[in-house]
Design a protein. Structure first.
Lengths: 285, 281
């Protein structure tokens, strides 16, 4: 106590120490180990040695380009779909929810209360070959008579969209909810139509939510392998599937480590490109 | 009278009203459809926990039965997986919330050198794909020859829960009225007493929220656990293994139980808040 009084400047560091140490040792240091591993060569039987094996990176990109491209593509499509699907609902809750807002938000996050794997398995059941959904789609000729949905790219994208939807809907809701209704009244007083008021007032003000939702959806989606595994066929495998099998089944650690870094770099580049497009102040603000 | 004399605006107004009505209900109808889509898989999970599958696969509705609920641990390995998941989630959420609350206090209350990098280090794990978190921790443990199992899973879970705890508690601390603490000090309370009697009760809801959030994230985690569990099986890992040869309906039973429990907790929270805001307003 007296020690603390004498060294008041120390208090924040004492508060930080345990948590920061944990993150340093079990998050930062492991990233270093991953980098170290990615530049090793050898095999699991004869041991790996650090040899500055940059070739691992080129091999990763050269051999698994389709999977990298597919990961970004599926994640990108799913993110756009999630945005389009959930924006009207976030808007509806924010402006029309009234006293039911909290309950409706509970509905939005309800999928999170079912174990990720179990809800993905539920989609397996829903999209199964002779299920109601597929038969309906067949009868309106959206799917060929002997066609299927399960084990296709469509199913994988649909699964990703569903699984990360709350990540998109919640930030959208938060930014829409904060909008001052008087601004919209002002727009209408100035003879803006409802649509124009939406386009010039509501939409720009909700942009921080769009940006946050997009990032929260895209980043985990690009690294996902569960949807591709459970809802897709091997031709729909994403880079996550490759990294997972290299690490845990083939024990080809250096290649898998290199791929992990390529994935992180690809995501970072995509996020930076996105940041340029929407403006950086939206990202930090 | 003027309304009769000038009929056009009224007709226009009527048309506008119809249009508004359609549009308003169009959005509502869309929202209803959206919620059907959102809740459909949950309904499937619950319904299939009562299914009576004839073969290995629990995909097609065969008939209603209570048996899966009655013999919920009739599948070997399921009970131990659930117990392990609960233990890990409980410990991880306690540790992560404790250290996370401390970080949040330091970040909001103090100006110190290294604040920016602290914020960055808290934010980074959230923006890293789970597979990279899992893979990097795996290489650490492999290189240090650590035995995979309970402790590696716990370490991993605390790691990815800390950031969530910090963010949750920080959000509450930012809107905190510091005058209350100053008042306590003026009345002769020292720093510790002020912390226990004033600060802690005020941020208690945020701490509870952080605990629940961490618990939920931990018990649901598959990816990071998959990389760092060795041959130890948590509930999500059990589901993953079972899915390969057809998941038994008992998996749906546990999924439903977790869902009902979590929704119950959230609903209670929503109701309490609603009552509190009603009595406050």
């Amino acid at each position: 106590m007296r020690f603390l009084h004498r060294h008041r400047g120390l208090t924040p560091y004492l508060l930080l120490a345990p948590g920061m140490a944990w993150l340093a040792v079990f998050f930062l240091v492991p990233l270093g180990f991953l980098a170290y591993q990615s530049l090793q060569s050898g095999s699991i039987d004869f041991g790996y040695a650090f040899t500055w094996a940059w070739g691992n990176y080129w091999d990763a990109i050269r051999n698994y380009r389709p999977q990298f491209v597919r990961s970004l593509e599926y994640a990108g499509i799913a993110t756009v779909l999630a945005l389009v699907v959930s924006y009207p609902v976030a808007y509806w809750i924010a402006f029309r929810g009234g006293r039911w807002k909290n309950l409706l938000l509970l509905f939005i996050v309800a999928p999170f209360f079912v174990t990720y794997l179990i809800r993905t398995l539920a989609w397996q059941t829903i999209l199964a070959d002779h299920g109601l959904v597929v038969r309906t789609l067949q009868s309106v000729h959206l799917v060929a008579a002997n066609g299927r949905v399960l084990n296709t790219g469509t199913a994988v994208v649909a699964g990703i969209t569903y699984n990360f939807l709350p990540f998109m809907a919640l930030p959208l809701y938060v930014s829409l909810e904060q909008i001052d209704a008087r601004l919209l009244e002002a727009a209408e007083d100035l003879y803006a139509s409802r649509w124009k008021a939406f386009l010039h007032v509501t939409l720009p003000l909700s942009l921080p939510g769009v940006v946050a939702g997009t990032l929260l959806t895209f980043i985990p989606a690009a690294g996902d392998f569960i949807n591709a595994q459970l809802l897709g066929s091997p031709t729909n495998h994403m880079i996550g599937n490759v990294i997972q099998s290299k690490f845990l089944e083939l024990t080809d650690y250096p290649a898998a480590a290199a791929m992990s870094f390529v994935l992180m770099t690809a995501i970072l580049l995509a996020v930076l490109a996105y940041a340029r497009a929407v403006g950086t102040e939206q990202l930090t603000g | 009278m003027s309304a009769v004399a000038v009929p056009t605006p009224r007709r226009v107004r009527a048309r506008v009203r119809v249009w508004t009505f359609v549009r308003r209900h169009l959005l509502t109808a869309y929202a209803v459809l959206f919620f059907v889509y959102l809740l459909l898989p949950i309904a499937v999970v619950i319904a299939f926990s009562f299914n009576h599958p004839t073969g290995r696969f629990n995909y097609v509705w065969q008939g209603f039965t209570w048996d899966n609920w009655r013999y919920w641990d009739g599948v070997p390995g399921l009970r131990s997986a659930i117990v392990l998941s609960l233990e890990i989630a409980l410990l991880a959420s306690l540790v992560a919330t404790a250290v996370g609350t401390a970080i949040a206090l330091a970040l909001v209350r103090y100006r110190f050198r290294g604040r920016g990098s602290t914020n960055l280090l808290v934010f980074l794990p959230l923006s890293t794909p789970e597979i990279v978190l899992g893979a990097s921790l795996l290489t650490l443990f492999l290189n240090l020859n650590v035995v995979f199992g309970f402790w590696t899973i716990l370490i991993a879970h605390v790691m990815f829960c800390i950031s969530f705890a910090v963010i949750t508690v920080k959000a509450r601390l930012v809107g905190f009225d510091r005058h209350l603490e100053e008042a306590a000090m003026d009345l002769g309370a020292n720093e510790w007493v002020t912390f226990y009697r004033v600060t802690l009760p005020l941020i208690a809801p945020a701490i509870l929220a952080a605990l629940l959030l961490c618990f939920a994230i931990s018990i649901d985690d598959f990816v990071v656990t998959y990389f760092n569990s060795g041959s130890t099986i948590t509930f999500p890992l059990f589901v993953w293994g079972a899915a390969r040869n057809g998941a038994p309906p008992q998996v749906n039973v546990i999924g439903t139980a977790i869902f009902v429990f979590a929704v119950g907790a959230m609903l209670a929270n929503v109701l309490v808040q609603a009552r509190r805001s009603k009595s406050a307003g």
